[in-house]
Design a protein around this ligand. Structure first.
Ligand SMILES: Nc1ncnc2c1ncn2[C@@H]1O[C@H](COP(=O)(O)OP(=O)(O)OP(=O)(O)O)[C@@H](O)[C@H]1O
Ligand SMILES: [Mg+2]
Length: 813
């Protein structure tokens, strides 16, 4: 720092004693007085008062210098800075407490040369230091810089009044500018003193500018921090305020949030969850506690916890283990079905002895209305379990079984978990209806998810996407139902124990109606046996003429219909009239007969044969017809036939051509005719090879103009050589043939072994003809005997094959 020295431009003054001024000296603390500045302050110290009085008595000039240590009351001359300011006393007022208030105006800098002690005060010999600045470009630059910076500084600093400050420092003189700015800076006394001791105006200006820059930076940082802190405080305060208010509202409404969370905790602790799940639930609860209540995420979290608590973890129905009771209940609920009931009882027995027997999922397969679902319900009743059911028909999304992840808006658990919640126990009987109607698409394979549900080795750790914890399904008793087996994926089938319920005969249906359906419907329509009675004949009449089914669903509906009409009558006319439902008055209730045709009552016709098919709704009787037209050997097939059925039609055609000689047809007959094979009831998709012999029969009948016997029904696959191969669903097909009143049924020889399954009633009413060759079929089915064969000579066969290969392109469908 530059003080007085050799380079000091004013150094020469020091040598000339005559220039020295002798002025009373007053030490000041905590402030530095600059020239040109007006400063008010209070004087209290004795020595200071003395110095003031001395100055006032003289030319009113006083030397003000800052003491090093503000805490000293009586500083010695060497404890006072040697550079100060000579000032004029503008005003002085004695205050009531003895102190004096003075207003001084700085005149010029003074440097102490010597100090003498007088009566009670010091007098300094001073050298005055002139304050002049020669105008120069540097000086102008520095002044502009300081003015600009000072404006910024005042703006940022909250303690300074902008207008008065700017006015105070406005000065054309650079030397004066630096002093007035310096005196207004809020910087430590030491720094101010340094500025006072800097005698060169340009240097002083630059130093002031540097200090200003530093101060501005500090103020900026401070301001940024301040605004940030302020903003945070505001937000925190607002949240706090709102939360408090909310709590108050809750309290007012009598639902303390705290209590609710505590209650949740209690529920979680007592739900009987496995350890991992319990941990997860507690974690979620902690998360919930941190969230502002009523926020969207807390609702999500809340719902999740509610689900975790809603599914059963340990509650169990007490199982009935008495097989005799089970037997009684099954018998009470269902007529017939002896074999199925026996299998169910065996199954229940095995489940008691072995924990997880392989393939232990029951699957009832059969047409609609044969009692699959109601049997499953009976099992529930017989074992004392709760009963739940989901329908998988049309399910194509894995998520329907396993749920959606919680991250999806509106996510829910899948059907399995939802049903478990509904059951409320860990060991219900769980019916999966229509497993054959599931399909697969891009949203994942539901049957894969189902596999995990049904596999006894996997299902103790079933995971639902929503719950996201393992759930034990091993105590659940699953029962599936399906109309057909072949659409169920093989791996699923492997896990099931299939029980077929093919359908009922007419007599069985009458019994079921008498014992169960009528009773049930009377109850449901508020009638008693005094109001109405159904005779066996009436029931048979309804079965024959108003229903057309393997099961008893429509029969039950028609009975309900009759009952409802009678309820209406009872309400209108009162009790006391008894109605006997008989064949003669059924049409009063149900209208005209819906199914009149009894197939066997039809006429024998050329090219029209009766086939037996096995469809989803059970056995079906299907007419099959062929007609000939002049043409070029085209084979046309219509009636929604699947690929396999079309191929078997072509096989039948090839058989006919290979036997043309025997049938008395010209060898090239096929070159001049088109054959059209049609299977009516186009709405029903048909497939499978078992129509082969029926199609063959119609073609031969059409070509030879030999009518087919209308009381004969048939089913069997045909080979090129005229062999008849076995078929599936024999029982269903025979029930259908019996239902429509056929007399004779032609069946493949290889199916004779299935005879054991056929109800005696059906066997007694139908003549069953088991055959090995198509030739036998024709003998039975056609009205006039057909010449059957000496075996076809070998060369001819070869030639035939040749012809066949040629004409294959002509045979189009
Ligand atoms: N053997 C039977 N004894 C008594 N009632 C029966 C018998 N078979 C069926 N039922 C009755 O027939 C009605 C239809 O049965 P259910 O609904 O169980 O048929 P389903 O085989 O499940 O049919 P779907 O394949 O259409 O679901 C029920 O009221 C049932 O009680
Ligand atoms: Mg059902």
């Amino acid at each position: 720092m530059k003080r007085e020295g050799d380079s000091d431009p004013y150094a020469m003054f020091s040598r000339e004693k005559s220039d020295l001024k002798r002025v009373p000296m007053m030490p000041v603390r905590d402030m530095v007085i600059f020239p040109q500045m007006m400063s008010p302050f209070i004087v209290g110290r004795e020595s200071s008062v003395r110095a003031l009085e001395e100055a006032l008595a003289g030319d009113k000039k006083i030397f003000l210098a800052t003491q090093h240590d503000a805490s000293l009351d009586d500083p010695k001359p060497e404890e006072i800075y040697s550079v100060g300011t000579i000032a004029n006393i503008v005003q002085s007022v004695k205050l009531a407490d003895g102190n004096i208030k003075v207003l001084v105006e700085g005149v010029e800098r003074g440097k102490v040369v010597s100090v003498t002690a007088e009566e009670g005060f010091f007098r300094a010999s001073l050298r005055a230091i002139p304050n002049r600045a020669e105008p120069s470009p540097q000086m102008t630059d520095a002044s502009t810089r300081v003015t600009g910076l000072f404006e910024q500084y005042v703006k940022l600093s909250q303690n300074l009044n902008y207008d008065s400050m700017i006015a105070a420092v406005r000065s054309d003189d650079a030397a004066k500018l630096s002093d007035s700015v310096a005196s207004n800076l809020q910087i430590p006394v030491e720094e101010k003193q340094e500025l006072l001791e800097c005698f060169d105006p340009l240097e002083r200006l630059n130093r002031v500018a540097d200090i200003l820059e530093g101060e501005i930076e500090k103020l900026n940082v401070e301001r940024n921090i301040n605004t940030r802190v302020k903003r945070q405080m505001e937000r925190a305060q607002k949240e706090y305020y709102l939360n408090e208010k909310l709590k108050a509202i809750h309290k007012e409404l009598g639902r303390g949030e705290k209590n609710e969370l505590e209650e949740l905790k209690k529920k979680i602790d007592t739900a009987g969850m496995p350890k991992d799940t319990h941990e997860k639930a507690i974690q979620e609860l902690k998360r919930l506690e941190m969230m502002p209540p009523m926020s969207a995420e807390s609702t999500v979290s809340r719902n999740y916890l509610d689900w975790l608590l809603a599914v059963p973890w340990k509650k169990k129905s007490k199982e009935i283990r008495d097989i005799a009771v089970a037997e009684r209940i099954l018998e009470e609920d269902h007529y017939g079905l002896e074999k199925v009931k026996e299998r169910i009882l065996e199954y229940l027995a095995v489940r008691q002895l072995v924990k997880n027997p392989r393939g232990s999922i029951l699957c009832f397969v059969g047409p609609p209305g044969v009692g699959k679902t109601s049997l499953a319900m009976s099992i529930g009743r017989a074992t004392g379990r709760k009963f739940v059911r989901v329908s998988l028909g049309g399910v194509r999304d894995e998520a329907e079984i396993r749920g959606h992840r919680r991250t999806y808006i509106g996510a829910l658990p899948g059907q399995i978990i939802q049903m478990m919640k509904k059951a409320g126990t860990v060991n219900p009987i769980f019916v999966l209806d229509e497993v054959d109607k599931m399909s697969t698409d891009f949203r994942g394979d539901p049957s894969a998810a189902l596999m995990e549900v049904l596999d006894p080795e996997l299902n103790h750790g079933f995971t639902d996407h929503y719950l996201d914890v393992e759930y034990d399904l091993s105590k659940v008793m699953f029962v599936c139902t399906a109309n057909v087996l072949h659409t169920i994926p093989q791996p699923l089938q492997d896990r099931m124990e299939v029980l077929r319920i093919p359908g009922y005969t007419e007599t069985e249906k009458v019994q079921i109606a008498k014992r169960f359906l009528v009773k049930k419907q009377l109850e449901q329509t508020g009638l008693t046996g005094d109001d109405i009675a159904f005779s066996d004949e009436a029931l048979t009449h309804i079965i024959r003429h108003y229903t057309h089914e393997a099961g008893v669903r429509n029969l039950e509906r028609e009975i309900a219909n009759i009952c409802r009409k009678n309820s209406r009558r009872v309400v209108k006319e009162g009790r006391g009239i008894h109605v006997d439902v008989a064949p003669t008055n059924v049409n009063d209730f149900l209208g005209v007969i819906k199914y009149r045709e009894i197939w066997a009552e039809k006429k024998n016709e050329i090219g029209l044969a009766t086939g037996l098919a096995w469809t989803e709704v059970g056995g079906q009787v299907l007419s099959t017809e062929s007609t000939l037209m002049e043409g070029k050997g085209r084979l046309t097939l219509t009636g929604k036939l699947g690929d396999v059925m079309q191929e078997s039609a072509q096989a039948a055609m090839s058989y006919v051509r290979s036997r043309s000689a025997l049938f008395g047809l010209p060898r090239d007959f096929y070159r001049h005719v088109d054959i059209h094979v049609h299977v009516p009831e186009g709405a029903i998709p048909k497939d499978g090879p078992s129509a082969g012999i029926t199609i063959g029969t119609t073609i031969v009948s059409a070509l030879t103009r030999n009518p087919v016997r209308c009381d004969v029904a048939m089913t069997g696959e045909i080979t090129l050589r005229g062999k008849v191969l076995p078929i599936g669903g024999m029982k269903e097909k025979l029930l259908a043939a019996h239902r429509v009143g056929m007399r004779t049924v032609i069946l493949p020889k290889d199916n004779e072994k299935d005879l054991a399954d056929i109800p005696a009633e059906v066997q007694a009413n139908l003549t069953l003809r088991f055959v090995e060759t198509m030739d036998e079929v024709l003998q039975i089915a056609l009205e006039r005997p057909v010449q059957t064969a000496a075996p076809v000579p070998a060369p001819e066969v070869a030639a035939d094959f040749h012809a066949e290969a040629e004409s294959d392109q002509e045979l189009t469908n």
